[in-house]
Write a protein that binds this ligand. Structure first.
Ligand SMILES: Cc1cc2nc3c(=O)[nH]c(=O)nc-3n(C[C@H](O)[C@H](O)[C@H](O)COP(=O)(O)OP(=O)(O)OC[C@H]3O[C@@H](n4cnc5c(N)ncnc54)[C@H](O)[C@@H]3O)c2cc1C
Length: 320
């Protein structure tokens, strides 16, 4: 007998998964602490689902209760408000953690299928070790495949769109799960056509066969470059998208205003990279949000460029 909680939504979820111990239901689950900013509050409930059918159940229960749902990958592009998120956070369990690397075809193409929960650095290292080239760039991006498809993550002259063939996507509104081609996914610069009701379950990539020594050397180069150029600590990578890709960089605009080291409360523009905003240990998400907003205003006032943030802000509407 599972004891009743003080939240009827949690009671329904616990009841629905009583025979599915691999699906876990955490009332007042940690949310901000699961992001790379490591600041921000709790979610009303965090559910780690064991299967696609469990995912559908959670989405159905939330819809019936009129409660918002948010997919969480590895939280490397998210800022959760200190007040938390009054909805259901869904994480994909180990069913979405599989990697399959096929044999090269006659043209030397290698099809790689990765579950949405797979971490990009893991896939980059595994494919490089298997003698596949085309995904080495991702070794320094601490996201999941699901988040990377949604954001069209990229770097070092490449991005997801460069190797993505298709992604298996569950539309949680219509209930339809379909394999969507690269064109249908609409990947653009750090963006896609995917909405909050689309859940990426897996992705199919086309890589090329190569000498594993060469692929490993590229992995080492990317790791070295990241260590030399990017700060560690609590951040979410670049905060702003370059306003004119390849021509005007957000970091250079922020730098030109001398904002490295500029601070609001517990948040600071990185001394190492002007497009990174760092949170202090035990810091506040609201300081990070205030600093993002202040930097954007200052850049607009001084240069006329409107900086668009890459960061997914969650729970801040509750404050407005
Ligand atoms: C140190 C550092 C360096 C970084 N460098 C880069 C870089 O070079 N290039 C770059 O592009 N990004 C970079 N990032 C940002 C980040 O890693 C990427 O945007 C990454 O793709 C986000 O993946 P995630 O799993 O962490 O997504 P999350 O932050 O968990 O989520 C981001 C968005 O994707 C959605 N989402 C997550 N999983 C799914 C899913 N399965 N289905 C549908 N939607 C989903 C979420 O709901 C949210 O809207 C960096 C971040 C850090 C901390």
């Amino acid at each position: 007998m599972v004891p009743a909680s003080s939240d009827p939504l949690v009671d329904v979820l616990v009841d629905r998964f009583v025979d599915d111990p691999a699906t876990t239901v955490e009332p007042h689950g940690e949310f901000g602490a699961r992001t790379t900013y490591r600041v921000g509050g709790l979610a009303r409930v965090v559910v780690t689902v064991s299967s696609l059918s469990a995912l559908r159940v959670v989405v159905g229960v939330a819809a019936e209760a009129g409660v918002p749902v948010m997919m969480l990958g590895r939280g490397s592009n998210m800022l959760v408000a200190d007040a938390g998120f009054a909805g259901v956070v869904i994480r994909l369990g180990s069913f979405a953690d599989q990697i399959d690397i096929a044999e090269a075809n006659a043209d030397g193409d290698i099809t790689v299928t990765a579950g949405a929960a797979v971490a990009l650095p893991v896939l980059a290292r595994k494919t490089a070790a298997a003698g596949c080239t085309g995904f080495e760039w991702a070794v320094g991006v601490p996201g999941s495949i699901g988040g990377a498809v949604r954001m069209n993550a990229g770097g070092h002259g490449s991005d997801m769109a460069s190797s993505l063939v298709s992604a298996l996507v569950a539309d949680t509104v219509s209930g339809v799960t379909s394999d969507r081609t690269l064109g249908a996914l609409g990947l653009g610069f750090r963006a896609s056509h995917l909405t909050d009701s689309d859940v990426v379950l897996s992705a199919r990539l086309r890589l090329r066969g190569d000498d594993p020594h060469a692929t490993q050397a590229r992995i080492d180069d990317v790791v070295r470059w990241r260590r030399e150029h990017q700060p560690g600590g609590q951040n979410c990578g670049s905060v702003f998208v370059n306003p004119v890709p390849g021509e005007v960089s957000a970091g250079a605009l922020i730098d030109s205003l001398g904002l490295r080291g500029f601070r609001i409360g517990t948040a600071e523009v990185s001394m190492r990279h002007a497009n990174f905003i760092q949170a202090d240990q035990g810091g506040r998400a609201d300081d990070v949000a205030a600093l993002i907003s202040e930097v954007r205003h200052r850049v607009f006032d001084a240069t006329g460029y409107v900086l668009r943030s890459e960061v997914r802000m969650v729970g801040f509407e509750a404050l407005e």
